[in-house]
Ligand binder design. Structure first.
Ligand SMILES: [Zn+2]
Length: 309
C-alpha cells in the first residue's frame, strides 16, 4: 500500500530557526498546517536568518515545520509509562529495536524487548481495558499460533493498544479494567522467545492488524534526562528511503537503521529514546554523506526530516 506522507506540525513547538525571509513588506507569517498530501517543494527554501522570528507578533505562534527546519523539538506524544519498573531493567534492547531485523538475523521487529529475568513484574503502560489475556493459541495478533506465548492486550483511549508477550504469569482477565502501573503479569519466555524478556508493542487502530504497530520508543515517556528522536529519511517525492544512521554526541554513539518500509509511518522511519544532548546524525546514501545536527531535550520529542537525492 502506498502511504501518503503527512508530516505533522506541532503547534507551539520550540524549534530550530524558521525560514521566513525578513523584509519590510513581508506578509504575515503562515500559521496554517501543510496540505494533507504534501508535495515537497522543488525550490530551495529562502535563507535562514537569526532574526526571522522577531519582526511579527504572530511569530510567537509559529509552528516548526521539520521539512524546512534543521529540527523541531515538540512535546511529543508520550502516552505510556514504562511497563518495567526498577529494579527491573527498564531499558529497551538496543540490538533489536522496532523495525529492525538485527542485521538480517530475525523477522522485522513489531515491538521492543526489555530483557529481564523470568518473574520480573510487568505493569500496565496506561489506564485501559484488557481485551485479551492468556496463551495465543489462535493466530489473532500475529500470523502464527503460539508466537507471543502468554500475552496481555490492553485497549486504551483514542484507539491505542499495548501488547505484552512471552509472559510466565498472567494476573488479569479479558474484560477487566486496569490502571496505569498496575501489575498485569510477569516476564517469561513462553511462545517464540529466545530467552526471558518482555516483548512490548504499541498498536493503533485495528489491534488484530499485525502491521498496526508504532515504535514504542517514541510513545513511552522517556526516563528523566532522556528524550526521543524521530527521523525521516525520504526522497524528494516523500518516499521513505533506507539508511544506516549513526547518531553521535561528544560522548555517546547510537547506530540505527531505518525501518523496513512497511513499518514507516507518516511521522518517521527511524526513532529511538536517548540522552538529552546535541547530536550529529549522519549516513551515506547514494554515495553521498548526509549530516544534520539536532538537539534532544529531556522529556521532548525531536523531529528531523532529511531529504535525499
Ligand atoms: Zn520482541
Amino acid at each position: 500500500m502506498k502511504r501518503i506522507w503527512l508530516f505533522l506540525v506541532f503547534a507551539l513547538a520550540s524549534c530550530a530557526p524558521a525560514v521566513t525571509p525578513v523584509a519590510a513588506e513581508t506578509p504575515p507569517l503562515p500559521t496554517s498546517t501543510p496540505p494533507a498530501t504534501l508535495a515537497f517543494p522543488s525550490v530551495t527554501p529562502p535563507p535562514v536568518t537569526p532574526t526571522a522570528l522577531l519582526p511579527s507578533p504572530t511569530a510567537t505562534l509559529i509552528q516548526c515545520n521539520p521539512l524546512v527546519a534543521e529540527f523541531c523539538v515538540t512535546e511529543g506524544h508520550f502516552l505510556f509509562q514504562n511497563p518495567i519498573l526498577p529494579p527491573g531493567n527498564p531499558f529497551v534492547e538496543a540490538a533489536y529495536r522496532y523495525g529492525s531485523t538485527q542485521n538480517g538475523l530475525r523477522e522485522p521487529h513489531h515491538g521492543v524487548e526489555f530483557v529481564n529475568a523470568t518473574g520480573t513484574p510487568v505493569h500496565a503502560a496506561a489506564d485501559g481495558w484488557v481485551v485479551f489475556a492468556g496463551p495465543d493459541e489462535e493466530a489473532v495478533y500475529s500470523p502464527w499460533k503460539n508466537f507471543y506465548g502468554n500475552i496481555v492486550v490492553i485497549r486504551h483511549s483514542d484507539g491505542f493498544f499495548t501488547l505484552y508477550a512471552h509472559l510466565s504469569v498472567v494476573n488479569v482477565q479479558a474484560g477487566r479494567q486496569v490502571a496505569a502501573g498496575e501489575k498485569i503479569g510477569e516476564v517469561g519466555l513462553t511462545g517464540s522467545a529466545d530467552g526471558s524478556h518482555l516483548h512490548f508493542e504499541v498498536r493503533r487502530g485495528s489491534v488484530e492488524d499485525y502491521f498496526s504497530t508504532l515504535n514504542p520508543e517514541l510513545w513511552l515517556m522517556p526516563p528523566a534526562g532522556e528524550g526521543a528522536l524521530a527521523i525521516s529519511v525520504v526522497d524528494e517525492s516523500g518516499k521513505p528511503r533506507r539508511a544506516e544512521i549513526t547518531i553521535r554526541s561528544d560522548d555517546e554513539a547510537y547506530f540505527i537503521k531505518t525501518y523496513e518500509e512497511k513499518f514507516s509511518t507518516m511521522e518517521e522511519n527511524a526513532g529511538l529514546a536517548l540522552r538529552a544532548n546535541r547530536y550529529r546524525i549522519a549516513f551515506v546514501y547514494g554515495g553521498k554523506i548526509y549530516e544534520r545536527w539536532a538537539e534532544v531535550q529531556s522529556g521532548k520529542l525531536t523531529q528531523v526530516v532529511i531529504i535525499v537525492k
